[in-house]
Design a binder for this molecule. Structure first.
Ligand code: ADP
Ligand code: ADP
Ligand code: ZN
Length: 220
């Protein structure tokens, strides 16, 4: 399965990508996680990326494309992957398609998880992320067993700098202007399914599974 999850910030892409990745035995590849790992190294490139992320702006394509391409070349992505947060614009989508085509591959499906803005802000303001394994929690909707501690790895949970409300509003604007046009792009290619992101995690998971039913599974 080669799947892209689209949708506004906070729609639940990362949460669903992790669940489905485990179910199918393929990696969840989140461009945001790759970028945050670079930022943690505190290199000059990392500081430059952070300067965009802290403002809720997209990091330049060239940088993101290189990171994602490197990640996709790793062995664990050979049998499939779930991309989350990438592509974010048409340039990235075209680069992804070209890279896959060079390897004789293509995307199986693009699922857009839809969520109204007010819900986005609620979800993001309560989001907590594991510093160690990047698992997501929500202080009200998906709390960890012990406050501040990751259920999966015992890592420390923190609130991302860019999850502050003002930055979230900016990220929603960037999504509308730059990422939403990808829905039309993928609809034209016959790859798009839209699912409602409201409701419990398990309900949203069922909708995504229904949307990809019969797609790509038979292939290695
Ligand atoms: P969210 O969970 O809100 O969808 P992400 O973790 O995907 O957030 O992204 C956080 C930030 O990282 C974005 O606001 C942007 O600055 C940067 N980023 C992530 N993915 C991309 C991408 N594909 N292209 C450009 N910038 C990206
Ligand atoms: P994205 O990757 O699209 O930015 P996340 O998967 O990080 O979104 O989810 C954003 C926040 O919402 C997280 O705190 C997560 O725990 C929570 N969340 C995800 N799915 C649901 C859901 N179905 N109901 C309630 N909260 C959810
Ligand atoms: Zn963890």
């Amino acid at each position: 399965m080669r799947l892209v999850l689209l949708g506004p910030p906070g729609a639940g892409k990362g949460t669903q990508a992790r669940v489905l990745g485990e179910l199918w035995g393929i990696p969840q590849i989140a461009s945001g996680d790759l970028l945050r790992a670079v930022v943690r190294e505190n290199s000059e490139l990392g500081r430059e990326a952070a300067s965009y992320m802290d403002r809720g702006q997209l990091v330049p394509d060239e940088f993101v494309l290189k990171l994602v391409a490197e990640r996709l070349r790793k062995q664990d992505a050979k049998n499939g992957f779930i991309l989350d947060g990438f592509p974010r614009n048409v340039t990235q989508a075209e680069a992804l398609a070209a890279g896959l085509e060079r390897a004789g591959l293509k995307l199986d499906k693009v699922v857009a998880v839809m969520l109204p803005d007010e819900e986005v802000v609620k979800r993001i303001s309560g989001r907590r992320t594991c510093r160690n394994c990047a698992e997501m929690y929500h202080v009200i909707f998906e709390p960890p067993a012990k406050a501040g501690v990751c259920d999966k790895c015992g890592g420390e949970l923190y609130q991302r700098d860019d999850d502050a409300e003002q930055t979230v509003r900016e990220r929603i604007k960037v999504y509308e202007a730059t990422t939403r046009p990808l829905l039309d792009h993928y609809a034209r290619l016959g790859l798009l399914a839209q699912v409602d992101g409201m409701g419990r995690l398990e309900e949203v998971e069922k909708r995504i599974l229904a949307a990809v039913d019969g797609v790509g599974r038979a292939r290695p």
